[in-house]
Design a protein around this ligand. Sequence first.
Ligand SMILES: CC(C)(COP(=O)(O)OP(=O)(O)OC[C@H]1O[C@@H](n2cnc3c(N)ncnc32)[C@H](O)[C@@H]1OP(=O)(O)O)[C@@H](O)C(=O)NCCC(=O)NCCS
Length: 383
Amino acid sequence: MDRLTTRPYEPRDEDGYYAVRSITYNDGLPIEREARDFRYSRPFVCEVAGEICGIYNVLDMTASRGEAILKCGGIASVAVLPHKRRLGIGRKMMDWSVQRLRDEGTPLSSLYAFREPFYRRSGFETVGKRLRITCPSHRLPKVKSDLGTRLLTPADWKLLVPCYKAYARKHSGLNVRTELFWNRVLNEHHPLAIYAVGDPIEAYAAVRHRVDFWEPQHVTEVVWSSLRGYEALMVVLAGLAINKTELSWYELSDSPFVTRFMDQGVSIELQRPIMYRVTDVPAALRQLKTQETGAFDLEVVDDLIPENCGPWHVGFSPSGVDVQPAKNADLTTDVRQLAQALLGEPSWRDLAANGFVVVKEDRALSAAEKLMPAMPATCLDFF
Ligand SMILES: CC(C)(COP(=O)(O)OP(=O)(O)OC[C@H]1O[C@@H](n2cnc3c(N)ncnc32)[C@H](O)[C@@H]1OP(=O)(O)O)[C@@H](O)C(=O)NCCC(=O)NCCS
C-alpha cells in the first residue's frame, strides 16, 4: 500500500472528510454546511497517496473511577471509503489514534464498536455490563413514594449534577460531564423531558417522548443516588407507560430492578457494551484515588505500546499512587484485561479466577483489588 498518514483534520480536508462521512453516516447524501460542526469532537483524517480514505473523531471526555476522574478520549465516526476497506487502513488508523491519545496525555480511550473483534486488535476490550430492561407496561412495579416529582428541561442540567456525580462515584467509566456534554445528551437532536424526584434530586429519568399510543417507549437515561429515589422513579415510569405497550431503559449489573422487581414478561438483555483501552498504563494508575494502603508489582502485555508493559511497582496510599519500573511482576495481565480490572468489571478477582491474570503472589492480587475494587462499569453517553 502507498504511504499512509493519519493526522488531525485541517480546513483543506473538508471535501475529503465529508465525502467519507457522507457515504458512511449520511446515506451518501451531502452534509449541509450547518451540520458541519465540530462542537463536540475533534476530527482526524487518514490519507493514502494524498487521498483522504479514512476518518475518525475524538470526544474529549472523562471516565469516573471512584473518587478519581480520568481523561478519556471517546473515538467516534470511524469510517474508511468502501473501495479502500479490508486493506488495513482502519486498523492502522485505530493503532495511531491510541498512540496519539497517549501522546496527548489521555490515559484512557473508549468507543462503541460495530464489531468488537476489530477494535480488540488495537487493545480495546468491553468493560462492564449494560442491561436493557424491557418491561411491559402492566408489569411495572407498584410502588408508593412521597418524594415530589418535577418536570425539568435541558436548561436545568445543573440541578442534575449532584445526583449524576453520586451515581458516577459508584459506577465507573461515566463521563463526568461538562456543560457541553450535558447539552449533547439532553439537547443535541431533540430537547428531552426530564422527570426529577426529590429536592435535592435523588433520581431522574430523561425521555424523548413519542406521540404514538400503544407503542414501546425508550427512556434515554435513568440515574439515581438513593433507593427511595429509584423507587419514586418507578412511579414516574408507570405514569409514562400508561398509553405505551412497554418501557425500556438501561441499568448496570447492580440493577435495582433485577434485584427487587423482576417479573414474568420482563426481558433483560446485555446491550451496547462500551470498550475501553488503557493508552498509558502508569499514567492511568497514577490518577487513581484510594483511602487504602498497599503495593504490588504488575506486568502488562501490550503488543502495540511496549512502554506500557513494565513491570511496574505500584505503591498506593491516601496521599497518592506511585508507579515506578520494577524488576519482576507478581501479577501479569493483558492490556485489554487491565482496562476491565482498572474500571472494576470484570474485577481482578474474577479475571484471575478464569486465568486472565497470572498471579504469583495472592497478596498482590488482594492489593490490586484494594486499589481497584470491583465496581459496575459503563458509560451513559453514546457516541
Ligand atoms: C470498520 C472500518 C472502519 C474498518 O476499516 P478497514 O480499513 O476496512 O479495516 P481493516 O482493513 O484494517 O480491517 C478489516 C478487518 O476488519 C473486519 N471487518 C471490517 N469490516 C467488517 C464488517 N463489516 N464485518 C465483519 N468484519 C469486518 C474484518 O475482519 C477485516 O479483517 P480481515 O482483513 O481479516 O478480513 C470500515 O470497514 C468501515 O468504514 N466500515 C463501515 C463503517 C463502520 O462500521 N464504522 C465503524 C463504526 S464503530
